[in-house]
Design a protein around this ligand. Structure first.
Ligand code: PBG
Ligand code: ZN
Length: 326
C-alpha cells in the first residue's frame, strides 16, 4: 500500500544530501575566455554580453592576474586584429594580437595556463574560418590550403608561449596537420584541445559581436556540424583522436548535453564543454530583468555540464562561479 522504497529518506537532512551527492563543480573545471584587441588602456563591453569586454593587452594581463588569483587554472584567448585580409595574416604573424597577448600573460602570470583559439575567422576579411577561392561569394572554404595556414598559426602561437592549442575551424584533418606542424617545430609537448564536435549554431551570435567575426556572406554550414546530427559527432571525435588530439570539446553545451554524454562515454580523453556566448547572454538578460536567480541558475547549469560528462567547462561565467565557489 505505502511505498517500501523511499528515496526521500536520503534527502531529509542537508548533511545527508551532501553525503550522497554524485557530482561536484570545482574551480579546477573552469576556463575563462578573453578577447584581445590592439591599443592600450582599452576596455569595451560587448553589447550582447554584459560583463564581457574586448581588452587591450595591458588590461588582459590585469584580468589574467585576477583570474589566477580566483584559482581558475586557465584562460582561452581570442584576438581581434587591427587589419583583416584574405590570407588571415593576423592569425599566423609572430606579432599577431593573440601572440602578443599570450607572451604578455605568460610573462606576468607564468602559472596560468594559456589556451589559444586556433582559427582564421577573426582574421579574414570575409569572416570565414579558412581560405576561399578568389571571388567566391558563397563561403565554401577550401579545406587543404586552410590546413597550411592553421599549421603556421599554431606554431607561431606555440612560439609566443601558448600552453595549449585549440583549433576551432572544423576543417578535415586539422588536428593531424597542427600536430605535425608543432612536432616539426619542436613543440611535441604542447597539447591539442580540439573543437571536435562543433555545431553550426545560432548561439554563437554574441561571440561574433565580441570577435567581430560574423561572415560577410554565406554561413558556416559547409564546415560546422548540422544540429540534427548526433552520430556524426562520434565520427568527428574518432577522427580527432586518431589524428592525435589530447582533449576534445563539444560546442555549444546546453542544447547538446546528449552529445557531451555520448562523447564522454566514447573516449578516455578529457572532454570540455563550451558554454557559448548565446547561452551566457540568455542567462544574463533574464538575470538583469530580475526574472531568475543568476547565481543559482549559473551554478545549476555548470553542474549540469559536469553531470553530462564534461571534465572542463569554457564559460564566461567562470569568474563569478569561482567567487561563488569561494
Ligand atoms: C571561431 C569560434 C567561434 C566560437 C569560438 N571560436 C565562433 C564561430 O564559429 O563563429 C564561439 C564561442 C561562443 O559563442 O562563445 N571559430
Ligand atoms: Zn573560425
Amino acid at each position: 500500500m505505502f511505498p517500501k522504497h523511499r528515496p526521500r529518506r536520503l534527502r531529509s537532512h542537508p548533511q545527508l544530501r551532501r553525503m550522497v551527492q554524485e557530482h561536484v563543480l570545482t574551480t579546477n573545471d573552469l576556463i575563462y575566455p578573453l578577447f584581445a584587441v590592439p591599443g592600450e588602456g582599452f576596455a569595451k563591453e560587448v553589447k550582447s554580453m554584459p560583463g564581457v569586454y574586448q581588452l587591450s593587452i595591458d588590461k588582459i594581463v590585469e584580468e589574467a592576474k585576477e583570474v589566477y588569483d580566483l584559482g581558475i587554472p586557465a584562460i582561452i584567448l581570442f584576438g581581434i586584429p587591427a587589419d583583416k585580409d584574405g590570407d588571415a595574416t593576423g592569425a599566423w604573424h609572430d606579432h599577431g594580437i593573440v601572440q602578443q597577448a599570450a607572451t604578455a600573460v605568460k610573462t606576468a602570470v607564468p602559472d596560468l595556463i594559456v589556451i589559444v583559439d586556433t582559427c582564421l575567422c577573426e582574421y579574414t576579411s570575409h569572416g570565414h574560418c579558412g581560405y576561399l577561392q578568389v571571388g567566391d561569394l558563397t563561403g565554401r572554404v577550401l579545406n587543404d590550403p586552410t590546413l597550411e595556414l592553421l599549421k603556421k598559426t599554431a606554431v607561431s602561437q606555440a612560439r609566443s608561449g601558448a600552453d595549449i592549442i585549440a583549433p576551432s575551424g572544423m576543417m578535415d584533418g586539422f588536428v593531424q596537420a597542427i600536430r605535425a606542424g608543432l612536432d616539426e617545430a619542436g613543440f611535441e609537448e604542447i597539447p591539442i584541445l580540439s573543437y571536435a564536435a562543433k555545431y553550426a549554431s545560432a548561439y554563437y551570435g554574441p561571440f561574433r559581436d565580441a570577435a567581430e567575426s560574423t561572415p560577410q556572406f554565406g554561413d558556416r554550414r559547409t564546415y560546422q556540424m548540422d544540429p540534427a546530427n548526433g552520430q556524426e559527432a562520434l565520427k568527428e571525435i574518432e577522427l580527432d583522436i586518431a589524428e592525435g588530439a589530447d582533449m576534445l570539446m563539444v560546442k555549444p553545451a546546453l542544447a547538446y548535453m546528449d552529445i557531451i554524454w555520448r562523447v564522454k562515454q566514447a573516449t578516455n580523453l578529457p572532454v570540455a564543454a563550451y558554454n557559448v556566448s548565446g547561452e551566457y547572454s540568455m542567462i544574463k538578460a533574464a538575470a538583469l530583468n530580475g526574472w531568475i536567480d543568476e547565481q543559482r541558475v549559473v551554478m545549476e547549469t555548470l553542474l549540469g555540464f559536469k553531470r553530462a560528462g564534461a571534465d572542463l567547462i569554457l564559460t564566461y561565467h567562470a569568474k563569478d562561479a569561482a567567487r561563488w565557489l569561494g
